[in-house]
Design a protein around this ligand. Structure first.
Ligand code: UTP
Length: 300
């Protein structure tokens, strides 16, 4: 990454992390705990996502929250009693790690009173974002990459001065589970989108390029979302708002670099846990030994 690129990426200073969904696929765990607070190894999914935003130079992180708001706010706050107790027990490094989470970035909490859909969740951030382009990182979508996913998109936005969304190729059989975009390949992973549709019926997808949970959007998305009627699943869909934006101002897609995990899906969540645990020297050996044993003994 050149220094010019880094400077450009920094101009996107604010981002929104929607984390107010019901998380029904993870019930009963999500009855009292937000899905975004479920751990990948020992760290909440949301913390990885906030860290990605910070690494990309975001200064203000707007977390849209609903039920379980307390645990999200507490996690990114100073845990005074916990830290004091740990220091008294000589666990200084652990206490410092807890303080570092509180010092990560400025977190602004906005309540979405009803989970009316992702488009509505983004709209809840309107007054905090104001009149500038901003990033959106879905609170249950992880991108494991040295070069943070949202930073990659921010650079594309700066270069083209156009809204950009993360895209990933998926098997034909899975296109009905995603927002799907199609368009002209401009090279270097950039697509000029001419069509975007939320969860197309089987066999009707315009391509196999799925919309993944990272976006950099202009503030003009807000009036579009204000007028947006409900779409698939009776929810106000961000993808429908993006389809309008594509027609009025144009929309780019970017095939990002990195490994994506859908932590909002049970298999995706388990894969993320295994992948992140295998990166940990203290866990890798024991886990590999167990996985080899499972592969040997489990019947397909
Ligand atoms: P999902 O559709 O994956 O979340 O939304 P969900 O509705 O909680 O999931 P299930 O299907 O019931 O298990 C993607 C992201 O958008 C947020 C979610 O919290 C998640 O991080 N979201 C979704 C909101 O903040 N508000 C909404 O109204 C909907």
């Amino acid at each position: 990454m050149s220094s010019t690129d880094t400077k450009a990426a920094k101009l996107i200073r604010k981002c929104v992390i929607p984390a107010a969904g019901l998380g029904t696929r993870f019930l009963p765990a999500t009855k009292a705990v937000p899905k975004e607070m479920l751990p990948i190894v020992d760290t909440p999914t949301l913390q990885y996502i906030v860290e990605e935003a910070v690494k990309a130079g975001m200064e203000d992180v707007v977390v849209i929250n609903g039920r379980g708001k307390g645990s999200i706010e507490d996690h990114f706050d100073i845990a005074f009693e916990l830290e004091t107790t740990m220091r008294a027990r000589g666990k200084t490094a652990d206490a410092d790690r807890m303080r570092a989470i509180a010092n990560l970035v400025r977190i602004i909490s906005v309540r979405q009173k009803e989970p009316l859909g992702l488009g509505h969740a983004v709209l809840c951030a309107k007054s905090v974002i104001g009149d500038e382009p901003f990033g959106v990182l879905l609170g249950d979508d992880m991108i494991d990459s040295e070069d943070p996913g949202i930073g990659q998109l921010a650079r594309i936005y700066q270069q083209h001065q156009k809204a950009v969304i993360a895209l990933m190729e998926v098997p034909e059989s899975e296109t009905h589970m995603y927002g799907i975009a199609a368009g002209k390949d401009l090279g270097n992973g950039v697509i000029q989108i001419d069509h975007v549709v939320e969860k197309p019926k089987k066999g009707t997808a315009p391509s196999n390029l799925a919309v993944i949970g990272r976006y950099v959007l202009p503030p003009s998305i807000f009036p579009i979302l204000e007028k947006q009627t409900t779409g698939v699943g009776g929810e106000i869909q961000l993808t429908d708002g993006l389809a309008t934006l594509q027609k009025t101002e144009g929309l780019l897609g970017y095939k990002f670099q990195g490994q994506r995990y859908d932590a909002g899906d049970k298999v995706g969540y388990l894969k993320a846990n295994i992948a992140y645990a295998l990166k940990r020297p203290d866990l890798r050996g024991g886990l590999l030994e167990y996985l080899r044993e499972v592969v040997k003994t489990e019947k397909p």
